[in-house]
Design a protein. Sequence first.
Length: 579
Amino acid sequence: MTPARDTESLDQIKSRLRGSFLSQLPDRLHQARALLATLGPGTEDRDALQTLHRLFHTLKGSGASFGFTSIEAPAKAAEQALAQVLDGRLAVTEALLTRLHEQVDTLARLDLDPADASDTPHRPSFALPARRPGADRGGDRRERLIYLCDDDPDLIQQLAQQLACFGYQVRPFPTLAALHEAIRAQTPAAVIMDVTFPEGPFAGPEALDLLREDAGLAAPCVFISNRDDFAARLRAVRAAGAAYCPKPIKTVEIVEILDLITDRTPTEPFHVLIVDDDRDLAEYHAMVLESAGMVIRVATAPDQVLGLLGTFSADLVLMDLYMPDCSGPELARVLRQIPDYTSLPIIYVSSETNMDRQFEAMEVGVDGFLTKPIAAERLVTEVRLRAERMRMLHALMVRDSLTGLFNHNTILQFLEVAVASAKRVDRPLCFAMIDIDRFKQVNDTYGHATGDQVLMALSRTLKLRLRNNDLVGRYGGEEFAVILADAAIDEAHRIIETLRAGFAEVVFTSDDREFSCTFSAGLAGFPAFATAEALTEAADQALYRAKDGGRNRVVLARAEAGPIPDAAVLRETEAPNIP
């Protein structure tokens, strides 16, 4: 955001941009007359024709966007005639040149004033964000109260215990009346409830309707049920249910849903790069998107784009179709030839209305086409939808599907970046390798579904209790990796040791049997180990030594450590914590 936009109101910004547009209009019309003076019947000066076309194209789009509707008709007539000439469908004749001069004269005679511009289709209907993104971080799961209501006492006890393992505070209720009374006293972060109760086949959704009306309940609700038919699902939807989970309940599934619907952490604002040679219109679109809470950068020349993308992680690019020296389709081709930008969403924002030209321009791999003038609400909606899709696809590529942690390749890439940063600022850094002890026995004894719950519990323990600037990844199988930035080895050891002790106290339940798990960890620090590869190898060796030393411990890497012990030395013995 520019300093000017930081201090001006929306109306002040629009008034300034309109004034700037009008102040440039005489020079643009003078340029049009000068170019027309160089043309004659049958001319083949394509550069002059293209420049004229861009000029009228800009006047049409910008004039309409700023609310000067009287500019649109003459500018559009001239732009369309020149487009037909450039397409070879129309010849340059004396009559055509005369009409173009008349369009310029019409534009020059317009009596325009910023105060007369129409705001009807372009005024944003939304307000500025009430707070800056990230200013109010949501509470962790220990602050998220979940009400669980089901007339099966065994189920609610088991599910409550399992959800508690993932950090949620759960209060079970065996009756709808008890739930109603509790909600009157305290509103939860979410409600989990059955569909069917003794009161009726749809008593759960009916009770939720009453709670929303009578008690003003606004918390989201997850329905659980033995029923998986359309009628039950439809009734749950009509009661504004956020999700529906058939029994038997998959705890991992419920946790994922609760994480989503109870997370109060503000979403990271979308990052958008605007590319338009019309600086005023680019700033206008930037103003609209910034008003919706997005972070914007503006490039007024295509050759600025690669430099900006190198330092600005854009979720989406908005670009004009017609620009001097490099057109929108040419710039899109440049970006699509760079591996990092092959999936970056690109949307044209142009006053081009010819459908054939729009489709031709999109053939280079562009995701959408918005026609100027575009209403502020639609611009925000189109950008938000495509940016959300981009983030979702990116998350699928860099995160582990079960735990939601960064995957193997991504966490190692982050380690490379973290080491480079630590070297640059001369700060400490630690890397931990964590492995769940005797995890194969968990799978063999209780099944893979229970093993998945253990993996999820550890992943959430790591995310819940590590510092905000620490990075966590699933290294593979039951192994996890943690990057502890700006942490000396003693502090990192204390953090991982606290995690180890806490995880050992988690009680898991499977088929009425209880058990606990532990983990072992190896820890290496920078600058004792000066590269990402050295840190990884050292932490891995320390992890093996933790296993060899009896498991359920954290071992620090030694610079003089020898080779990894032979696998035979690390054979597993009977685990005392698994019955």
